[in-house]
Each structure stands twice: as structure tokens, then as C-alpha cells.
Design a protein around this ligand. Structure first.
Ligand SMILES: [Zn+2]
Ligand SMILES: [Zn+2]
Length: 196
């Protein structure tokens, strides 16, 4: 018989058989157990004896086959909704058995979205830091703004931005300006040199 604490404590290796855990789940106070499970971070929740037993029942119920493609390989339990997190054993219809492949396929849009959001957050942090440091990362619009009225690019402007004194530049030199980090001061000087 496992206690509420044991049922809800993440472990690296499951030592109790799922049947024993499942039996314990039926004996303890569901509200008390659910409250703890609900607030566990999801990756930790997945490592609790509770989830081990619940997911085992889900897989067994499906004959250990994917309910999408019928494959018996690497089956896992998938939440159709997270509404009853921590109370899954009272809402077993929320769970289905799927193979790893189908499961990944199903969550792919979320995974892509999450990766995108993380990249945006990283970029926003970088941009903020650069703004605080007075650093400009040259983008197309910055470079275009440094052109002369006639659309040319002055040697002086190029020198200011790159610190490179050689001229004429090899092919693709405009491209090389892209992504260059310059201080606000240098950039303003470059702008002035273009309009001079
Ligand atoms: Zn899932
Ligand atoms: Zn499948």
C-alpha cells in the first residue's frame, strides 16, 4: 500500500508493480492526492508512480496497441484533455493509448509552436540587451538608410561601419554588412556620412 506522498513523488525508476499502485490509488483520498499531482510540473508528474499506474491501465485496456494505427510499439498514454490532471483515475475516458510515432505526430504543432515562442523570447531578450548597450545589429533597413541620395554607398560610410579601410570591396560586401554589430554612435556617424 503506497501513501499519498509515495504516489505523488517523482522517481527515476518505478519499483512498485502498477497493480499495487493502482490499488493504492483507490484507497487514498482522491482530493488530497489530486491537489498535489495537479501542481506538479508536467515532466515530474509523468515520473510519479501515480502516472505509471494510470498509464499502465490505459495501455492494458487498449491491449497495448496504438488506438490510432494499431501498432504495438512503444505505446504511451495520451491526454485528450488536461482538464482532470491529477484526477485521471476518475476520468479514464480522458486517456487513450497511442504509439510513440502517432503521439509525436499529434503533438508536433504544439512542439513547433513552443520552439518558436522560445526563439522569440530569446530574440526579444537579446534585442533588449542590445538596446540597453546601445548596440545596433545592422539590418537591411539600416543599410539602406546609409545610402546616398543617388543610391550609392560611400567609402567613408562603409569604413565607419566595418572599420575596414580596403576599397573597393569584393563581391557581396553589402551582404557582409548585415548582422554587423555597431554602436549607436557609429551608426549615426555612418548616416551623417551618407548625407554629407
Ligand atoms: Zn499526448
Ligand atoms: Zn500509432
Amino acid at each position: 500500500m503506497l501513501t499519498i506522498t509515495e504516489l505523488s513523488t517523482p522517481v527515476t525508476r518505478q519499483v512498485h508493480p502498477p497493480g499495487e499502485i493502482w490499488h493504492s490509488i483507490q484507497q487514498v483520498n482522491a482530493d488530497e492526492l489530486g491537489k498535489i499531482l495537479k501542481f506538479l510540473k508536467y515532466p515530474l508528474f509523468l515520473r510519479t508512480p501515480y502516472w505509471f499506474a494510470v498509464s499502465s491501465v490505459v495501455k492494458e485496456r487498449a491491449g497495448n496497441r496504438c488506438q490510432m494505427c494499431n501498432s504495438p510499439e512503444n505505446t504511451q498514454a495520451h491526454h485528450r484533455t488536461y482538464e482532470h490532471r491529477g484526477f485521471e483515475h476518475l476520468h479514464m475516458g480522458d486517456l487513450v493509448c497511442v504509439c510513440e510515432k502517432c503521439h509525436k505526430q499529434h503533438h508536433k504543432p504544439e512542439i513547433i509552436q513552443r520552439a518558436r515562442e522560445a526563439a522569440w523570447r530569446r530574440k526579444a531578450t537579446r534585442d533588449e540587451q542590445n538596446a540597453r548597450d546601445g548596440i545596433i545589429i545592422l539590418k537591411k533597413r539600416h543599410i539602406s538608410a546609409c545610402r546616398t541620395k543617388a543610391g550609392g554607398f560611400r567609402k567613408e560610410t562603409y569604413r565607419l561601419l566595418t572599420g575596414d579601410i580596403t576599397w573597393p570591396q569584393p563581391e557581396g560586401w553589402i551582404k557582409r554588412l548585415r548582422g554587423l554589430r555597431v554602436t549607436q554612435e557609429v551608426y549615426e556617424a555612418a548616416l551623417r556620412s551618407a548625407k554629407a
